[in-house]
Design a protein around this ligand. Structure first.
Ligand SMILES: [Cu+2]
Length: 243
């Protein structure tokens, strides 16, 4: 437990130094931070869960009634001892919960703070399609049911190494833009503009799915998300403009 507390303090110190690290020209990586926090929550659940399971098993065996009419003789605790037994363990376990909750808020802050110079792409959700509009007016979309790749479209294409902010709205019902790979999800609503940002740090093909049931073709409302090299992205944009 001492080791856990120490590592908790080390974590807090690391968090503070990473908070000052914001000033440096380094792009935050919310997806990696999300994974890190999720791992810590799992460790927390299993370690604390394990402690309670072992303690429960030991007490079940050790204090099992030897005969049906056995009368227990538990230790008599003073008021101070009883309170200490209740509050000290509770404080230790709660400290870890508060620590993880604080980390969650810190991560949420990262999610809601769009880095400067992020590329803005407008996203319009409609039954049942995503449309992406780039700063130069280029649009891209994806229709999975079309016969040829060309007719389907490219979906969301982004250059690596730069933050991308999506400003999103819907023309009809509530949709939700979910990119599991980038650990982001946000609703789109008619009459409102919502946003998410992500950091495509490596060349990778992933996809976006609608994660809010929005009618009969909800399950067909997906599109590829292609993070490509900046030079290739430039080429792609130019090709779209020429088409
Ligand atoms: Cu939808």
């Amino acid at each position: 437990m001492k080791g856990r507390l120490l590592s908790a303090f080390a974590g807090m110190a690391a968090m503070m130094s990473s908070a000052t690290g914001w000033a440096q020209d380094k792009l935050p990586d919310p997806a990696a931070d999300w994974d890190h926090l999720w791992f810590e929550i799992l460790v927390d659940l299993f370690v604390i869960g394990g402690i309670f399971a072992v303690a429960a098993a030991i007490m079940l065996i050790k204090y099992k009634a030897k005969s049906p009419d056995a009368v227990g003789n538990g230790p008599r605790l003073t008021k101070v001892q009883a309170l200490a037994w209740a509050f000290i363990p509770a404080t230790i376990f709660m400290a870890d919960d508060f620590f993880l909750a604080a980390k969650g808020w810190t991560l949420w802050n990262t999610y809601r703070t769009v880095p400067e110079n992020a590329m803005e792409i407008k996203v319009t959700g409609s039954m049942w399609n995503w449309e992406f509009e780039y700063p130069d007016g280029t649009t891209s979309t994806y229709y999975p049911d079309e016969a040829t790749e060309a007719d389907k479209g490219d979906g969301l294409v982004v250059p690596v190494g730069r933050a991308v902010v999506l400003r999103m709205t819907s023309t009809d019902v509530i949709h939700s833009f979910g990119m599991a790979n980038y650990r982001v999800k946000e609703d789109l609503m008619p009459g409102r503009i919502t946003y998410i940002w992500f950091n495509p740090k490596e060349v990778k093909n992933s996809f976006v799915t609608c994660t809010e049931f929005c009618g009969t073709n909800h399950s067909r409302m997906y599109a590829p998300v292609k993070a490509i090299a900046p030079a290739k992205f430039k080429e792609w944009l130019k090709k779209q403009a020429d088409a």
